[in-house]
Every structure is written in C-alpha cells, then in structure tokens.
Design a binder for this molecule. Structure first.
Ligand code: GLU
Length: 269
C-alpha cells in the first residue's frame, strides 16, 4: 500500500523554523517511501483560528518547495474543502452519530472549574472523573465525551520505540465536542486521518501523549490506526518550544527580510 502522510497546520499562527524541521520530516518520510503528502488545515477551533493564516502558511510552503500531493495548496484552496476542518462540521456530526449509536459517547454538564475542584491537581493534564457517564444527559448543549474502554494502549513509534499509554489515567473520558458545538482536535484529527486515507502520521513529540487516545478513537470508529512517527522538536537557546505567535520569528518575516530559502533550510539541524 502506498504511504500517505499529512501536514496539518493549525491556523493559529505563522510557520516558524520548527515547522520547517517538521515539514522536512513529513516530506522526507513520504518521499523515502515513494509516498504522498496531504495538506489539511486544522481550524476546528473557531475561537483561536484565523483564516488569514491559511494563505500565509501556503505561501511559506510554496516558497520553501514543500508542495503537497493532495489537499490544500497555494494553487488549490477551494471553499469549502474536505481538507479544511471548519468546512467539515457535517462530516464530524456523522462520525459522532456513529459513536452515539454504539453507546460510546455521553453528554456532560461539568464545567472545567468543577472538574478541577474535584481533582487533586498535580499539574499535567486535567483528568475527567466520569461524573456524568451514567446520567444520560442530552448531547446537544452539553460537552460530548468519549466513553474510553479500560486498559492501556500499546503501540510502536517508528522513532521513539515501543510505548504504553493509559488514556484512562491521563485524561479520562475526553471531549469530542464542547457545549458550544465546537469540535475538538482529537476527534477532528482521527476523523480526518480516516477519510484522507492516512497510513503514516509524522508529527512532533509534543503530540505523543495524544496518540493512545487517538488509537482508541480509531478502534471505536472501526478503523485500523496508522503507523506513528514522533520526532524531536526544535527548541530555542533556552530549550523552549518555538512559539507560533511571534511574527518576528516567522518564516514570512525571514522571507520578507530577503533571506534566501536555501539559507533558511541550512539553519535546520
Ligand atoms: N494541528 C497540529 C499542529 O499544528 C498537528 C496535529 C497532528 O499532526 O496530529 O500542531
């Protein structure tokens, strides 16, 4: 089967050098396997996404020579598109209906504050304790949560080796849609990886913790999960992850300052 991976930027900021390293991984792994790259826009979060980042990201990709084989590109960005999450609410709704028919989701009326108050906060992630799991609340107007099956998830990461994760103790029954009807990253990502035919996910190590819960969603949607490869992130001189919101450190700013693309690529370790 031909390898198909994806580049899936969130529309929450400009691309920076960390994305260049990431695109090198994505296109590099695809090309090394004779495979293809899909580009999709992850703008499911309407409160944080801004549409003007899309053409900016596409212009940077084109300038650097990262041309996708499928999905949205500088020369092909129709509205609506099955490769732009904000256009695809109906599709996520159908996937949610499928899970609802199997009894795998439930409505939850707990606020973040209430969940925090019930949990001895030890840093890290907020874990949902399942307080609404048996209340049979309506899905509309409430947070919709995924009923996680018990037990650990094991997978082999192509870069990081064998991993065991326990979504149940990391985050508990996580949310697929919030009470305002906004879809979550975890749900959109899995629905899209399925319909876009992704069989290799290449992404930064900052998302490694999501993989176990995403595998659980693949299983619930009755689809085999893809292979995963999580790569190390580019950090600044203090070891911090680069931020997307600093225009001054963006690829666009470097391009406008007249730095040639080749010189910029040479900065990547
Ligand atoms: N949209 C995510 C980001 O820009 C990528 C998510 C993924 O690759 O699964 O960080």
């Amino acid at each position: 089967m031909k390898t198909r991976t994806r580049f899936a930027p969130s529309l929450t900021g400009y691309l920076h050098l960390g994305h260049v390293l990431h695109m090198g991984w994505v296109w590099g792994e695809a090309r090394a396997r004779g495979g293809e790259v899909v580009c999709r826009m992850e703008d499911h979060d309407l409160s944080r996404s801004r549409p003007e980042y899309e053409p900016a990201i596409l212009a940077d990709m084109e300038w650097l020579g990262f041309v996708p084989d499928l999905g949205i590109s500088a020369g092909h960005a129709p509205h609506p598109s099955p490769y732009r999450q904000s256009d695809c609410g109906a599709f996520y709704g159908e996937a949610l209906d499928f899970l609802a028919e199997k009894g795998l989701v439930y409505g939850c009326e707990c606020s973040r504050k209430q969940i925090q108050a019930r949990q001895a906060w030890a840093g890290g992630e907020l874990r949902y304790d399942g307080a609404c799991a048996k209340k049979n609340l309506p899905l509309v107007g409430n947070t919709v949560r995924f009923r996680l099956p018990p037990g650990a998830v094991e997978f082999r990461d192509l870069e990081m080796g064998d991993r065991i994760q326990s979504p149940e103790s990391q985050c508990g029954d996580f949310s697929l849609r919030d009470r305002d009807g906004q879809w979550t990253y975890q749900f959109c990502c899995v629905c899209d990886d399925i319909r876009h035919g992704i069989n290799l996910v290449v992404r930064g190590a900052d998302i490694l913790a999501s993989t176990g819960r995403q595998i659980r969603l693949f299983q619930a949607l009755e689809h085999a999960p893809p292979d995963y490869l999580h790569h190390a992130l580019l950090t600044d001189s203090k070891g911090r992850k680069l931020s997307k919101r600093q225009r001054s450190e963006s690829i666009a700013a470097l391009r406008e300052a007249g730095i040639p693309a080749g010189e910029l690529l040479a900065k990547i370790p």
